[in-house]
Design a binder for this molecule. Structure first.
Ligand SMILES: [Cu+2]
Length: 420
């Protein structure tokens, strides 16, 4: 492989990151002064913004208790690794230590069981910058759940946070008790309460789950969200192919049926056809660090610039311990990104590739692309889809992708694939 010079990209990444951290620092100082100054005059009015922020929650960025404020470089907190998160699919087989899980048969159906706990925690969103989050199992985004169409997903949920929470799944859920909203079933779960949600995994696609307590925007923005991937069942596709494409049943030929079934196998983690595909999860999110109702930091998978360029020897080897690096991919491998938008406060987010076009499957519910040969897609809040990329014609090196709201890109949602 030819040696690549990434120093220019590394410098630019570092400059953007430093600028973001500096702006957060000065913004926080201003906000903090305003809050402290306003307290005497206006009581708690200055503390409104998006939540009833009790004093404990204001252990925000820059508080003395968090020490290393303003330091750039690597993340010291390694509890959450956005590079690992890309590839963590919880299917019930114990993939993630912090997600108790199991898979078993019950009444002829595969059950995938998970234990979720809502907790209050802090998450690192830029070097030295911590955000007071509410999180499923202590991580933002929450753990990715992966099941096969028709399975039963059983989530034993316990609320260990200080606010009331739920889990609301974006699935075709036939039982209102299981919808995870305040108005139905167990309603919101207060601190210490638990409930077991059961959802049939349907339809096939990439979906979303989030807390549905009020005020909704705060409960989502604080970090209570994640992705659910439902793999299509090839047997079901054989029986009802028209549900997986834009064609009417009368238009389904044997050839089309065979194509849909073959595609379904590539999407199903239990089939060997899925093995050669490099699959990743990206949840686009934003963080309102000063609680003024607008985001200061944007990312895919929480950490600003996590997939940008750090130090490398240009031969695919990154500095030991590096937490900021591109997503390394084998250019000959088909790439599939399960993309979801969990950004609050902004109407839409987007995904744009440089030097590349891709196929897009809106919500992932079809086995034929809903958009072909595009380099940008946008998603409203809670929208999601599957992106399929082919770099087999591309030279090795760095290929950028980012939100094409340029503001979001400069504030953290800027990434690279490193084709090796
Ligand atoms: Cu909540």
């Amino acid at each position: 492989m030819p040696s690549q010079d990434y120093s220019q990209a590394a410098k630019l990444s570092e400059r953007l990151e430093q600028r973001l951290v500096d702006s957060l620092e000065s913004d926080f100082k201003t906000t903090r002064r305003a809050v402290l100054g306003g307290l005497g005059l206006a009581g708690s009015a200055a503390l409104t913004g998006i939540g009833r922020a009790d004093s404990d929650e204001h252990h925000g960025p820059g508080e003395d208790s968090h020490g290393n404020f303003g330091a750039t470089g690597e993340y010291s907190d390694t509890d959450f690794d956005p590079h690992e998160f890309l590839y963590q699919f919880n299917t019930g087989r114990g993939e993630q230590k912090n997600v108790p899980q199991d898979v078993y048969e019950e009444n002829g159906r595969t059950v995938r069981e998970f234990t979720f706990q809502a907790v209050d925690t802090t998450v690192s969103i830029a070097p030295g910058i911590e955000f007071p989050a509410w999180a499923y199992n202590g991580q933002v985004p929450g753990p990715t759940i992966r099941a096969v169409e028709g399975d039963l997903i059983r989530v034993k949920f316990e609320n260990l946070g200080r606010h009331a929470h739920t889990i609301h799944p974006h699935l075709r859920n036939l039982n209102p008790e299981m919808d995870g909203i305040p108005q139905n079933g167990p309603g919101v779960l207060n601190t210490g309460e638990s409930f077991t949600y059961e959802w049939i995994a349907q339809p096939a696609g990439v979906h979303f789950y989030h807390c549905h307590s009020l005020p909704l925007k705060e409960h989502i923005h604080r970090g209570l969200y994640g992705a659910i991937i439902i793999d299509p069942d090839p047997d079901r596709v054989t029986q009802r192919p028209e549900e997986y494409c834009d064609f009417h049943r009368s238009q389904i030929t044997d050839e089309l049926r065979a194509e849909l079934v073959a595609e379904a196998k590539t999407r199903n983690h239990e089939y060997a056809e899925n093995d050669p595909i490099n699959e990743m999860v990206m949840v686009m999110n934003g963080f309102d660090t000063n609680f003024d109702g607008g985001n200061e930091v944007y990312a895919a998978n929480t950490r600003a610039f996590a997939y940008s360029v750090g130090e490398t020897d240009g031969r695919g080897n990154w500095k030991a311990g590096e937490t900021k690096r591109p997503i390394q991919i084998d250019g000959q491998q088909r790439q599939r990104v399960y993309l979801a938008n969990a950004t609050e406060f902004d109407l839409i987010n987007s995904f744009h590739t440089h030097s590349q076009f891709f196929d897009y499957y809106d919500h992932g519910t079809t086995l034929t692309p809903t958009l072909q040969t595009v380099d940008t897609v946008m998603q409203c809040q809670a929208q999601r889809g599957i992106i399929e990329l082919d770099y087999s014609d591309h030279d090795p090196g760095l290929y950028m992708f980012h939100a094409h709201q340029s503001e979001f890109a400069e504030l953290g949602w800027m990434s690279f694939f490193e084709v090796v």
